[in-house]
Design a protein around this ligand. Structure first.
Ligand code: UFG
Length: 321
C-alpha cells in the first residue's frame, strides 16, 4: 500500500514507519519537526516537512494513497492545561485539515493515535472501550474530539477509521543499522526519566506520590512495548472498514506500579537509582489499566514483550545516543 504517516519523525510514528517499510509498504512521512527528529525517519521513507494544514492536501493530491496513519500531535498533559489553545488548534484543528484533505483526495482509510486520556478518571478497572469518556485535561479532550470527528466522517463520507487508545508506551525498536526510541526535549514519562538517573544525567528520580489506594501506594499503569504497539497499527490498517469507526484500547490488562518500574530499571541497568518521594502530580489517576479483550478478539492482537524487555530496549537505546 501507499501510506501517509503524519508524525513519522516522532517516537511511535518512526517505529511504525519502520515496521510498515519492513512489511513492504511505500511510506511518505509528513512532520513539522516541532518535536520529532528528521534523523528518526527510517531510510526508505520520504520526509515532507510541514504542518498538516500546510502540506496534507498537497501530498495526498499526488494520488495513489491507500491510507493515512495519523500520529502527529501535541501530547503533554501539563502543557495542555497551561496552553489549551495549542491542543485545540494543534490537535483538533490540524486533524480536521487532514480529514478534509483526505476527503478531497479520496483517501478512505485512517488509523488514529488516540489515548487513555479520553476516559479520564476511570470508574471501573480494567477500562473497556464502552467506558464513559470524561477527559480531565485539554489533551484528552482534543483527542476525544478527533475520535468524534472520525465517527462523523465515517458516517457522512464513508471513510474507514480506527482509533487506537494508547495507555503507557515504552521501549525502543532496535535493529542493525538504526534504532527508534523515545527522544523528547521535554521528558515527562517515567521510564526515560528513571534511565536518566542511571545514565548520570540526573541525581535521582521523583516518585509522584505514595499515598494512592494501590498495593505499594504508587500509581499503577499499563505499559506496552512500542514494537507491540506498532504491530497493532498494521492489523488496524487491514481492519479499516468503509463507513465504520472502530475504537480499540492498546493495553495488556495488567499494570505495574511506579516502584515496580523503578526496581526493574535498577535490575536492568545495575545502577542504584536513588528515588525521592514527592507530592502527587495533579491529574494522575491511581490506576490506569486497559481491558485488551476487544482488540484480542477482533484483531488477534496481544502484547508479546514484558516490562523487562521494555526497560532493556529503552536502556540500550539511550546508551547508544
Ligand atoms: N511518574 C513519577 N515520576 C516521574 C514521571 C512519572 O512518579 O518522574 C509517575 C506518574 O505520576 C505516573 C506514572 O509515573 O503515575 C506514569 O507516568 P507517565 O508520565 O510516564 O505516564 P502517564 O500515565 O502520566 O501518561 C500516559 C501517557 C499520556 C496520557 C496519559 C493518560 O503518556 O500521553 O497516560 O492519562 F495522556
Amino acid at each position: 500500500m501507499k501510506l501517509l504517516v503524519t508524525g513519522g519523525a516522532g517516537y511511535v510514528g518512526s517505529v511504525v514507519t519502520a515496521q510498515l517499510l519492513e512489511a513492504g509498504h511505500e511510506v511518505v512521512v509528513l512532520d513539522d519537526l516541532s518535536t520529532g527528529h528528521a534523523d528518526a525517519v527510517p531510510a526508505g521513507a520520504r520526509l515532507v516537512q510541514g504542518t498538516l494544514r500546510e502540506k496534507a492536501a498537497g501530498v495526498l493530491a499526488e494520488g495513489g494513497f491507500d491510507a493515512v496513519l495519523h500520529f502527529a500531535a501535541k501530547s503533554l498533559v501539563g502543557e495542555s492545561v497551561q496552553k489549551p489553545w495549542l491542543y485545540w488548534d494543534g490537535n483538533l484543528g490540524e486533524s480536521l485539515a487532514l480529514l478534509d484533505a483526505m476527503r478531497a483526495a479520496g483517501t478512505s482509510r485512517i488509523v488514529f493515535s488516540s489515548t487513555a486520556a479520553t476516559y479520564g478518571e476511570p470508574e471501573e478497572t480494567p477500562i473497556v472501550e464502552t467506558a464513559p469518556t470524561r477527559p480531565t485535561n485539554p489533551y484528552g479532550m482534543s483527542k476525544l474530539a478527533i475520535d468524534t470527528a472520525l465517527a462523523e466522517y465515517a458516517r457522512l463520507f464513508g471513510i474507514g477509521a480506527v482509533s487506537l487508545r494508547y495507555f503507557n508506551v515504552a521501549g525502543a525498536r532496535l535493529v542493525e543499522g538504526g534504532a527508534q526510541g523515545e527522544r523528547h526535549a521535554v521528558e515527562t514519562h517515567l521510564i526515560p526519566n528513571v534511565l536518566k538517573v542511571a545514565l548520570g544525567e540526573k541525581e535521582s528520580v521523583s516518585v509522584f506520590g505514595e499515598d494512592y489506594p494501590t498495593p505499594d501506594g504508587t500509581c499503577l499503569r499499563d505499559y506496552i512495548h512500542v514494537v507491540d504497539l506498532g504491530v497493532a497499527h498494521l492489523l488496524a490498517l487491514d481492519a479499516c472498514a468503509p463507513s465504520t469507526h472502530q475504537i480499540f484500547n492498546l493495553g495488556s490488562g495488567s499494570g505495574y506500579s511506579v516502584r515496580e518500574v523503578i526496581d526493574m530499571c535498577r535490575e536492568v541497568t545495575g545502577h542504584a537509582i536513588p528515588a525521592e518521594v514527592g507530592p502527587r502530580r495533579p491529574g494522575d489517576p491511581a490506576i490506569l489499566v486497559a481491558s485488551s479483550e476487544k482488540i484480542r478478539t477482533a484483531l488477534g492482537w496481544k502484547p508479546e514483550r514484558d516490562l523487562r524487555a521494555m526497560v532493556t530496549d529503552a536502556w540500550t537505546f539511550v546508551q547508544g545516543r
